[in-house]
Design a protein around this ligand. Structure first.
Ligand SMILES: C[S@@+](CC[C@H](N)C(=O)[O-])C[C@H]1O[C@@H](n2cnc3c(N)ncnc32)[C@H](O)[C@@H]1O
Length: 220
């Protein structure tokens, strides 16, 4: 089954390497009943909906009430309606398998580590930068159970200013943040994409990277 983002999400048109998770998810699904994913920065369900439809349980972590409950955001082009994650899940009859947590992922952790933790462009968002890259990555790693997966779309620097933020690593730098207890399956630059969106409406370009890594099973 190919992994496709929810087309109803405001963020659906924006770049992601999420589909690259597909074969790694399959290997978990064949060995683990009822796997659980944490979508960190879940917004209105771009990654939540496809995982629920695929049979995963999902914990959706999000700070923004408008994208959780629905409403509108003001863009230069006018008002943009946002359906919101809760109404979207109600429409699809998927509410019962999704827990929504309105919090900062740096200040929260799942009761039990999960089989998949996902972020997309999140480490470099201004709200997260002060933590520094190592702490942001470490926190996401801490969510993941042995044998579980970490996926991230991340931004590489396109200029000195972005490099100075310290949260836009080259793949080699990111690789160094995965200790020997992790196997890094994918970690590479995946191209430059132009975009304009809520939160950053001036046309801009991002160099994207993708990482898929698996926490190794603890040896007895
Ligand atoms: C740019 S949107 C992208 C949403 C969509 N999942 C995607 O990747 O295309 C990032 C979302 O992450 C949320 N977010 C950012 N930092 C967060 C944090 N520390 N904890 C929880 N949510 C966060 C923002 O509120 C925003 O809705």
């Amino acid at each position: 089954m190919t992994l496709v983002v929810d087309p109803a999400s405001y963020w659906a048109p924006y770049f992601t390497s999420f589909g690259r998770l597909d074969p790694y998810l399959q290997s978990i699904e064949t060995t683990m009943p009822d796997p659980v994913a944490c979508i960190i920065g879940a917004s209105d369900g771009k990654f939540v909906v496809p995982l629920l439809r695929r049979g995963w349980q999902v914990i959706a972590i999000e700070l923004d009430e408008t994208f959780i409950s629905g409403g509108a955001v003001e863009l230069r082009t006018g008002e943009q309606r946002i359906q919101g994650l809760i109404p979207r899940l109600q429409e699809l009859g998927l509410t019962h398998r999704c827990e929504i947590v309105r919090c900062d992922y740096m200040e929260w952790e799942p009761l039990t580590p999960v089989q998949l933790a996902v972020t997309s462009g999140l480490w470099s968002m201004p709200v997260n930068r002060a933590h520094g890259l190592a702490a942001l990555v470490r926190r996401q790693q801490d969510y993941v159970a042995p044998d579980g997966l970490l996926f991230a779309d991340y931004l590489l620097a396109t200029n000195e200013g972005e490099a100075d933020t310290g949260v836009c690593p080259e793949p080699e730098e990111l690789e160094g943040l995965f200790p020997a207890s992790w196997e890094v399956h994918v970690n590479e630059e995946v191209g430059t994409h132009g975009e304009s969106h809520f939160g950053w409406e001036d046309w801009h370009e991002h160099r994207y990277g993708a990482v898929v890594a698996q926490r190794l099973k603890c040896l007895p």
